[in-house]
Design a protein around this ligand. Sequence first.
Ligand SMILES: [Zn+2]
Length: 367
Amino acid sequence: MIRIFLDNPEKLSDWYKEKLTEHIMARPITATGGTKEVQAFEKRLEGLTEEEIGDILALTPKKLEEKYDWIQEYIRLCEFCSHYSDFRRESVKKKKLRERREEYLQKHWGKYLEEHVKKCGEEETVRSWKKTDEVRRWAEELLQQLNEAARQKFDYSLLDETGIRGELVRKMNIPVCPYCNKQYIQAFSVGENIRYLGDLDHVKPKSIYQLFSISLWNLVPSCKACNQLFKRVHTAPILDPYTQGFDEDCILRINYRDILEMAGEKEPEADEIRWEIQPGAEEEKRKLLQNSLDLFHLNESYRCNGREISRVLKKRRKLESAGYRKSVGQLEGMETDFFLEYGVSLEPRRFQEELLSKAIYDVVEHN
Ligand SMILES: [Zn+2]
């Protein structure tokens, strides 16, 4: 997985807000007659100003949480629901379950949870899984109702209704899938329309984080395989490519069996090609790295790239040989051009433009 960069984020978000704000303002909120929490949320949405809509479209969750209490409460509820299954699974065969449950509640503590848990009795709630599961069911039900209200304003279908989806992907200018780094996903014009080869993926699933279903930070152009085959069933959190890639924390390693493989004269064995999480990676990132590797089957899929890896190793041997350097050096003005040699520039900032760029970088620099 690679980190992605937008060319000019401010310009993009100004354009995006201009295209959508008016449409969102015009969408009415129909009251559902739900609980007082739901009614208050609906009222909030109904009274959204142009500036607030623009913020929801363009600000990151962290900034939104700082600026709006009600969004902070919404995010806490989303996270409580979103991480519960993993928390429950990880707790199997663990000790001190009462403390674990209490810790989980505290971690996601917010206005919604507080009111409900206080009614049930805090001590009672963490005493057994049965009780904590009940809180989860209540939270999911509440979130579903809040999301039904949010959908009336912020819905993914708006990108089609306004006809800006293709233009958005083109303006994002991320030509290669950030998850696998193996497929082109470029946008191009066909007559009046803009088509693109991939999908627009949600970092946070829109089924849970409906309020952010069209927020810029949440939309990642990706290939269809990564989005539709692998990501469809995901629950575990993975890296957010807008803030983190594998970087130097996860590296493609080749375990050579002999010198011929190292020299690029023989393909490495498929099983000897693997992504390795580095010992220096921070604890929190390690988990995200592992989840990302597992979700997109990156270890399995890169085993198929033995031939490309072998070619890169052969080129590297040629580049490093004294004779080659000497003959190139004799040609005036000729410097080593990595793009010509390896087909990629070996610049991390350009990984998003070049197929297999992170893998080739690692083979050249770290193997
Ligand atoms: Zn992909």
